[in-house]
Design a protein around this ligand. Sequence first.
Ligand code: 2P0
Length: 348
Amino acid sequence: MVERIATAVGTPNIALVKYWGKRDASLNLPANSSFSLTLDENLRTTTSVMFSDSLAEDSLFVDGEKQDLNDSKNEKSAFAGKVVNILRDMAGVRSKALIASRNTFPKSAGFASSASGGAALAVAASGALGLNLDTRHLSVIARQISGSACRSVCGGFVVWHAGEKDDGSDSYAESIAPASYWPEVIDIMAMISSTKKKVSSSQGHALTPKTSDLYKARPATAEEHVRMVVDAIAKKDFGAVAEVTMKDSNSMHAVMLDSFPPIIYLNDASRAVIYAIHELNESEGSPIAAYTFDAGPNAHIITLKQHKDKVISTLREIVGDNMLVAGIGDGPRLLGENESLIRDGARL
Ligand code: 2P0
């Protein structure tokens, strides 16, 4: 019996310039390039993949719960199945796969795990199949599970190039600097709500370009923001990084609100964080912190280690102690056999 198995860990990323709107929904090709920080292993997904002749069908378990790989309503599982098929074809392997994945995010955090999960799966599955794929190739594969997952394949400071080709081969992520380049940068996450969002990211990616007039200006604005943030990172100009980060989050949430029906992810507590960060920056005389919000009300505050205590005491007024802190990470890595979630041919 041939059995191939590998385990990888992946971490989330936080976009400073956002991906919102696709030019191709089946391949997750974005309307614009984006920029992110890959976070460290304070939040992580561990995924084991086994290909074995003894398996009768493909199966996927997330946090112990069996997922239906053919459920078209559960897009992420459907994409996971698709990615396993692509990799299996590349390796010329026919055996079925058992995939087991666990998130170590605090249960109440309300932070998405599709980016860390997608990156961990791409690395573990290609590792199990002995495919020696470079980061660019891995990001193209991970992108098909979840767009933002392609950025989590890279460590440090990451650009996802939108690309132009119909087949998506030039839509990939690339690290412009490793985590060690600017290790003082941190993300303080303020947990505001963990309730499931009314509009999923995938629904929003489709609705906004179709219905928002303001969205027409969004792709060019985001491309300009990527150029600005890359330049600011090269100069380690934190004030410039902070300004473009806040403006890009506001730009994305503006086109969300301009969608019809409107998509509203921010709530009163999110808005209180926005005001508090502007007040803090004003009292400091220059920006020491930047807020950014994804498809939900939780705030990510990007700052430098030396300002951590000030930012935490500002946020505490709004969210109490519901905070998590992550640094910048090196991206996914393969783990050893003793960390596998699959033993003796079965998931643990
Ligand atoms: C981002 N988000 O750039 C943006 C900002 C949310 C707001 O990427 O359909 O789960 O799987 O490609 O990656 C969330 O969307 O969407 C997202 P799919 P994804 O991080």
